[in-house]
Design a protein around this ligand. Structure first.
Ligand SMILES: Cc1cc2nc3c(=O)[nH]c(=O)nc-3n(C[C@H](O)[C@H](O)[C@H](O)COP(=O)(O)OP(=O)(O)OC[C@H]3O[C@@H](n4cnc5c(N)ncnc54)[C@H](O)[C@@H]3O)c2cc1C
Length: 368
C-alpha cells in the first residue's frame, strides 16, 4: 500500500518503521522544519519494551537509558526543603526504560529506512477519501493519492480535525497547562530537582545527565488561542506567574522566554470512540493522548504503531478489519494510561496555600 503518515514524532516515526517493515511504500510529512527533539525524558513501559525489541531499536534505547526518577524536593521561597517526594516505583516491569526524548526521537529517525522520505515543513491541508483511496492536498500546494493516511500529528491533530471534526469534541482539558524549557546546566545546583509552589502553580528545575530544564505547571480553565503561536504561549506562561518574583521564578521564566523550542501545552486527554474512518486512521496522541501526567504517552505511541502495522500485515486487503483489530488490541492500554493521569496535578500544583501545606505535611509524615 502507499501510506502517508502525518507527523514525525514518536508515533509517526514508529509507524514509519513498522509499516516499511510490513512492505508498504511510506511517506512522512512533518509540519516543523526540523525534528522536534526537545522535552523532558520519557518512559518506555510494559509491552512497549517488547515492541521496541521487535522494531530492532531496543539495544540503542537501552544504551541511552538514564536513571532520572530521583527524589523531588519541594522548597520554600528561601530554597529550604519543606517536603520530599521519594521516587515512586511506577514501572510495569524491571525492564522499563527512561530515556531523554531527544535520544528516542533520534534513534527512531535513524531506524526509519531511507526508502521512506520524511518531508519537513509540510502538512496536510485537505483530505478526500473516496473509498478506494485518499486524495491529499498539502500546504505546499502539492497533491497526491494514497491507499491509507495515518494521522500521527499529536494532540492537536490536523488529520483528526479534517476527518472526524473539531478538536473540542474529543479533547478533555484536565485543568492545567505545562511548559518545559532548556536551562543552563549550572542552574541545577548540586544536581537537585527542586519545585516551588504558589497556589495553583508550580515552577521547578529538573535535570538529567548534564542537562537542566525549567518546568512549569499551572491551573487554568481552557484558553482559546492559536496553539502554534510561540509568542502567545510565552505570554500565557508569564501571565500565569505575573507579579511573582519569589524563589527563582524570574530566572526560570527568563530561560523559557529565551528558548525557541519551548514546549507549552494544555494538559489534556483525547477521547474517541473510534480511531479510524474509511482509509484514515490515527495513532499516538492524535487518537488517545493520555497527557504528560500519565507518563505513558510514548509507550502508547509505540504499541499503537506496532498493532496497526501488525493488523495491516494480517489483513492486507481489508483496511476496515485491520483498523478494528488495531483498536481492539490498543484500547486496553489507552484506558489504563488515561486512568493514571488525574492525581498528578493535585500533587504537583495544589490549588491553595492550605492544600500546599497539607501536601507537604502528608509527604513529611510518609517519609518518617
Ligand atoms: C516538542 C515536544 C516536546 C514534548 N515534551 C514532552 C515532555 O516533556 N513530556 C511528555 O510527557 N510529553 C512530551 N511531549 C509529548 C510526547 O512526545 C507524546 O505524548 C508521545 O511521545 C506521543 O507522541 P506522538 O508522536 O503521538 O505526538 P507528538 O510527540 O506530539 O508528535 C507529533 C508530531 O507531529 C507534528 N505535527 C503536528 N501537527 C502536524 C501537522 N498538521 N502536520 C504534520 N506534522 C504535524 C509535530 O510537530 C510533532 O513532531 C512532547 C511533544 C513534543 C512535540
Amino acid at each position: 500500500m502507499r501510506i502517508l503518515i502525518s507527523g514525525g514524532g514518536v508515533a509517526g516515526l514508529s509507524a514509519g518503521i513498522d509499516l516499511v517493515a510490513g512492505g508498504h511504500d511510506v511517506t512522512l510529512v512533518e509540519r516543523s522544519n526540523h525534528l522536534r527533539v526537545n522535552g523532558s525524558p520519557i518512559d518506555i513501559r510494559g509491552e512497549s519494551i517488547g515492541v521496541t525489541a521487535k522494531m530492532g531499536v531496543l539495544d540503542p534505547i537501552r544504551a541511552r537509558r538514564i536513571g532520572m526518577s530521583e527524589r523531588i524536593e519541594f522548597v520554600d521561597a528561601s530554597d529550604r526543603v519543606v517536603a520530599v517526594l521519594q521516587p515512586v516505583e511506577v514501572n510495569d516491569t524491571a525492564d522499563d526504560v527512561e530515556i531523554p526524548r531527544e535520544d528516542l526521537v533520534t534513534i527512531l529517525r535513524a531506524a526509519l529506512p531511507t526508502t521512506a522520505p520524511l518531508i519537513f515543513g509540510e502538512s496536510i491541508s485537505a483530505l478526500h477519501d473516496d473509498g478506494a483511496g485518499v486524495d491529499v492536498e498539502f500546504a505546499s500546494g502539492a497533491r497526491d493519492r494514497f491507499d491509507l493516511v495515518v494521522g500521527a500529528d499529536g494532540m492537536h491533530s490536523a488529520t483528526r480535525r479534517l476527518t472526524f471534526g473539531p478538536e473540542h469534541r474529543f479533547l478533555r482539558h484536565l485543568g492545567f497547562y505545562t511548559a518545559i524549557a532548556a536551562l543552563p546546566a549550572r542552574a541545577r545546583r548540586d544536581g537537585r530537582n527542586s519545585m516551588f509552589n504558589l497556589p495553583g502553580r508550580m515552577a521547578g528545575i529538573t535535570g538529567y545527565q548534564d542537562k537542566a530544564l525549567s518546568v512549569f505547571l499551572f491551573r487554568s480553565p481552557w484558553i482559546d488561542y492559536d496553539y502554534r503561536d510561540l509568542e502567545a504561549q510565552k505570554k500565557l506562561l508569564t501571565d500565569a506567574f505575573a507579579g511573582q518574583r519569589d524563589w527563582r521564578i524570574d530566572e526560570l521564566l527568563e530561560a523559557a522566554l529565551a528558548d525557541p523550542e519551548l514546549y507549552f501545552d494544555s494538559v489534556s486527554q483525547i477521547e474517541m470512540d473510534t480511531w479510524h474512518r474509511g482509509r484514515v486512521v490515527l495513532v499516538g496522541d492524535a487518537a488517545y493522548c493520555a497527557s504528560p501526567l500519565s507518563g505513558r504517552g510514548t509507550s502508547l505511541a509505540l504499541t499503537g504503531a506496532w498493532f496497526l502495522a501488525e493488523a495491516l500485515r494480517e489483513h492486507p486487503d481489508d483496511v476496515e478489519r485491520a483498523c478494528e483489530q488495531y483498536e481492539r488490541l490498543q484500547r486496553p492500554h489507552v484506558l489504563r494510561a488515561q486512568a493514571t493521569a488525574a492525581p498528578g496535578g493535585d500533587l504537583l500544583a495544589p490549588p491553595t496555600l492550605e492544600a500546599i501545606a497539607a501536601r507537604n505535611e502528608r509527604l513529611r509524615t510518609a517519609s518518617r
